[in-house]
Design a protein around this ligand. Structure first.
Ligand SMILES: Cc1cc2nc3c(=O)[nH]c(=O)nc-3n(C[C@H](O)[C@H](O)[C@H](O)COP(=O)(O)OP(=O)(O)OC[C@H]3O[C@@H](n4cnc5c(N)ncnc54)[C@H](O)[C@@H]3O)c2cc1C
Length: 296
């Protein structure tokens, strides 16, 4: 069986940062980077901010193929489906097993499912990866009215992009203010004013959403709205299933110590999937980059 010195699972910024840190210290170790997406690892923060203008396949790539070659990093497109920690072995969706000396799990998070009566999950769009955002961009050729559920940062950005694209947008939140995690009511009110002036219809305090009344009809707090497409930006949950199935200690995220070590020998985790000793899960680009990097 093929053995690699380092296997990094997850084609995001945490994975790349770990690779750069390893190469700074060790030019000869074999490094295998695994991504389950359909393109070069890219800057995830850009995708929902480019719905209006669109983007080409590798426009936001974090590294070029040449960089991978120069740094002797092998990029494999597949999905890891099992970790056998005692054997230091990974199993894959499409290829045979591989062994590692050290494993870095940087597999991020996934959208929390949006549950609306009458709407199945496949009728709800997300902005979590480039393919999903491309689907939204494609939908703009036929959809005229969008409902964006979740008035956090990504929801506000996504709604704004769709308005720029000439769409009618209803931005919905169950809270009584936008960006509740970040803003005081006073500053949220200023942003709400700006959002409405941009042409976005803002519905707050929405606790009752029903999509069972017919095609393109959504009822919220007793009132009916025409909606062609629903986009969920209600938040994310760390991808812990892979680690949990391997008996690596997880809580909300994969538990790590201050060195990003998990409960399993030679297995580390970083980025949006990692839960720190304080219980914090950061979900921020630079935090993911920093955690997986070499301490300065
Ligand atoms: C639309 C959007 C906008 C954002 N904007 C901002 C912003 O403006 N500022 C900011 O600070 N943060 C922002 N964030 C958050 C930021 O993007 C994340 O904190 C950061 O990308 C986390 O990096 P990561 O490497 O931990 O995980 P990710 O970027 O999620 O990468 C994990 C990768 O692992 C892959 N993967 C999962 N399971 C497996 C498996 N079993 N096998 C192989 N691969 C697997 C995933 O498909 C993914 O490609 C945004 C996030 C989104 C979704």
């Amino acid at each position: 069986m093929i053995l690699k010195d380092f296997i990094i699972v997850g084609g995001g910024i945490a994975g790349l940062s770990a690779i750069k840190a390893i190469r700074e210290q060790n030019q000869s170790a074999s490094i295998l980077w695994i991504s389950d997406e359909d393109r070069l690892p890219y800057k995830r923060t850009k995708i929902n901010k480019h719905i209006a203008v669109g983007f080409s396949r590798d426009e936001f790539a974090l590294v070029e193929h040449d960089w991978l070659l120069t740094h002797h990093v092998e990029l494999l497109f597949d999905r890891v489906i099992g970790i056998e920690t005692a054997k230091h072995e990974l199993s894959f969706k499409h290829r045979g097993n591989l062994q590692y000396h050290k494993l870095i799990v940087a597999i991020g998070n996934k959208p929390r499912p949006l549950s609306i009566n009458g709407l199945s999950q496949d009728m709800v769009f997300n902005v979590h990866n480039a393919r999903q955002v491309e689907n939204i961009i494609r939908s703009t050729s036929s959809s005229r009215t969008y409902m964006v559920v979740g008035a956090g940062v990504e929801g506000v950005e996504t709604a704004d992009q769709l308005v720029q694209k000439g769409k009618k947008v209803i931005l919905v939140d169950r809270n009584s203010m936008v960006l509740q995690r970040f803003f005081t009511p006073k500053y949220a009110a200023l942003l709400q004013d700006t959002i409405q002036k941009a042409g976005i219809q803002l519905l707050l305090d929405v606790h009752d959403i029903d999509g069972s009344l017919g095609e393109s009809v959504i009822q919220m707090n007793g009132q009916q709205y025409d909606v062609d497409t629903v986009i969920s930006t209600i938040g994310y949950t760390p991808n812990i299933e892979l680690a949990a199935a391997s008996n690596i200690q997880c809580n909300v995220g994969i538990r790590v110590d201050e060195y990003m070590q998990t409960s399993a020998e030679d297995v580390f985790a970083a980025g949006d999937v990692a839960e720190h000793p304080s219980g914090e899960i950061t979900c921020l680009w630079h935090a993911a980059e920093y955690q997986a990097g070499w301490p300065e």
